[in-house]
Design a protein around this ligand. Structure first.
Ligand code: TEU
Ligand code: CA
Length: 562
């Protein structure tokens, strides 16, 4: 595998709307991001991914872009952006923008022009398709529920939207559209950003016949993702993008890919793959369940662990994936992956240990470093997220009670991760002097940065130590490129693995006890040192290993051994 500058880095996703507000309008802004760069630097962050900050009507929180060349006024100005870029460079940090080009906003001038002239040039930027006897062209269900088709007023045409109806899909078949997009990508790269996180990219190719699929829900529709099972020739689209843009700048690209065919991994992220890397969502899709949030699963610790292990083994040697616990689309990892008895600081540190030391690029999501949790809401009206509203309806349609439908939202809602960052215990959580656009998680009085900065045994302090360990010159080679080798797999609640370097022979052993009961693991070979302990038991465990050759792990205990 070719080595890349970003392999030994730590990345962090910022959801700008909820990160830091500096003008009291309740919406996070770029000046707010700038004001927290030192905080991020101190945490050990090198690469920042900014969720969309472009001009947008925010039907899908900025993933509906109405001008790719402007900063949304809520976030600030292009001058603010340039300042942010300059300030990151000063600190040796890198910025990734979010590239959302499967669709744009219905408020984009292209779409307005297309509606004004439905047989004209700009209609060709979208998928305007004739209906069948006045009905929609096919039976695909959009990601956010309902048909993917919406009538084009005054015609017998429909336009395609795989996401919300305010997010019309762009027609990648059209060379003019592709040219416009490439120009835009290069314009941003010219500015000096390091690259892009690439949104929903697997969806850009559409079948010419828009054939219906067999229905899979009570609405009589079929999930549009199902078409991807048979999709051929996507790679040509990706290669075309890469050739005209990313490759020219040696840009870093992080693809958001669901529904990839397994045997295509090397094409996607191998040496000279379509993208630099992609997120490993294996643990997340395991929980999801095909029929919607009301059918989401609660796999055992063993099933969850084995899924991650299988994924590690599939990826290593082929490419370098990006590992996440959570993001702006997923519930908080500590609420989702930790069993009830582990929903505490020790458990949160344990989850951090077994995630950040895996093979791959760790991608933290804002607030993860202080162990922010899901946020309970009493009423569906308290949610802002378009997907949550749809999932609530889907659950009711499938026969769930209102309680059950609310429960599904509380566990899975995208708003769980979108509540404002908890900086301190003061009013507005230090996020805003005004009224936050989305209500704070009330636990900000207990879980916040300021409180955790004061405490050496906090989750935040542990994240700093963990990241410092990963970057320590003595272990960096192993913790970056060392092989992932699972261990103690026969113990259902032990999450243990080695990182073994073929370069220097080092073998770093990571072990965590996700179970309720204490466990004792016999260690083979002499272990010289406890590099990290989530319970501050470095000395104690080392002494015990020397004496007995065994490692004892209490419930929620994690250690890293050399
Ligand atoms: O997500 C793509 C995606 O596949 C989502 O539909 C995901 O399955 C969904 O969030 C589950 O509720 C990306 C962005 O990350 C997401 O925020 C956007 O809403 C979406 O694309 C459309 O741009
Ligand atoms: Ca603001």
């Amino acid at each position: 595998m070719k080595r890349k500058w970003w392999h030994d880095k730590i990345a962090y996703q910022i959801y700008p709307k909820s990160f830091m507000d500096t003008n009291g309008d309740g919406i996070g802004d770029l000046k707010g991001v700038i004001s927290k760069l030192d905080y991020l630097k101190e945490l050990g962050i090198d690469i920042i991914w900014l969720s969309p900050i472009y001009q947008s009507p925010f039907v899908d929180q900025g993933y509906d872009i109405s001008d790719y060349y402007s900063i949304g006024k809520e976030f600030g100005t292009m001058e603010d952006f340039d300042e942010l870029l300059a300030e990151t460079k000063k600190r040796g940090m890198y910025v990734l923008m979010d590239l959302v080009v499967n669709h744009c906003s219905d408020q984009h001038e292209w779409f307005k022009k297309a509606l004004a002239d439905p047989y004209g040039e700009y209609a060709g930027y979208f998928h305007f398709v004739k209906g069948k006897e006045g009905k929609v062209p096919n039976n695909w269900r959009s990601y956010f529920g309902g048909s993917v088709w919406e009538p084009v007023p005054g015609t017998d045409l429909f336009y395609l939207h795989l996401f919300a109806k305010e997010q019309p899909d762009l027609n990648w078949e059209n060379p003019k559209l592709r040219e416009e997009i490439y120009r835009m990508i290069n314009w941003w790269l010219e500015k000096g950003i390091a690259g892009f996180r690439i949104d929903a990219i697997i969806n850009i190719k559409k079948e010419p016949d828009f054939a219906s699929l067999s229905p899979d829900g009570p609405d009589g529709l079929a999930a549009c993702t199902r078409r991807l099972k048979k999709m051929e020739g996507l790679g040509e689209y990706f290669e075309d993008i890469k050739r005209h843009t990313f490759a020219k700048y040696d840009a870093m690209t992080v693809a958001e890919v669901f529904n990839m065919k397994e045997d295509e991994l090397a094409d996607f992220i191998g040496d000279d793959g379509h993208f630099s890397t992609m997120f490993d969502f294996s643990a997340h899709t395991l929980m999801q369940g095909e029929e919607g949030w009301y059918r989401s699963r609660k796999p055992s610790i063993k099933e969850w662990r084995d899924t991650i292990f299988a994924s590690q083994q599939r990826i290593q040697g082929v490419g370098f994936a990006a590992n996440i616990i959570e993001n702006h689309d997923e519930p908080r990892g500590v609420s989702r992956f930790l069993p009830e008895y582990a929903k505490n600081e020790a458990g949160k540190k344990m989850l951090a240990t077994t995630s950040l030391l895996l093979y791959g690029l760790p991608f933290l999501y804002q607030g993860q470093e202080i162990g922010m949790t899901n946020c309970r809401r009493e009423d569906i009206a308290e949610y802002d997220d378009i997907s949550t509203k749809d999932q609530y309806q889907e659950a009711l349609m499938a026969g769930c009670t209102e309680e059950k439908a609310m429960e599904a939202c509380m566990e899975n809602s995208r708003d769980n991760a979108r509540t404002p960052m908890q900086w301190n215990a003061g009013p507005g959580a230090g996020f805003t002097d005004g009224t936050p656009w989305l209500a704070l998680n009330p636990n900000y009085t207990k879980i916040n940065v300021e409180e955790q900065e004061r405490r050496s045994d906090s989750v935040l302090s542990y994240y700093k130590a963990l990241i410092a360990l990963k970057k320590n010159p003595e272990y960096k080679e192993t913790l970056t490129y060392g092989r992932f080798v699972p261990d103690f797999e026969e113990r259902d609640t032990i999450f243990a693995f080695h990182r073994i370097s073929d370069e220097n022979g080092q073998d770093i052993f990571v072990a965590a006890n996700y179970g309720k009961e204490r466990q004792t693991l016999p260690l083979s070979g002499g272990r010289a040192k406890v590099l990290l302990s989530n319970m501050g038991r470095e000395e104690e465990r080392m002494e015990e290993i020397r004496r007995t050759g065994c490692l004892t792990l209490d419930s929620c205990e994690a250690v890293v051994l050399l």
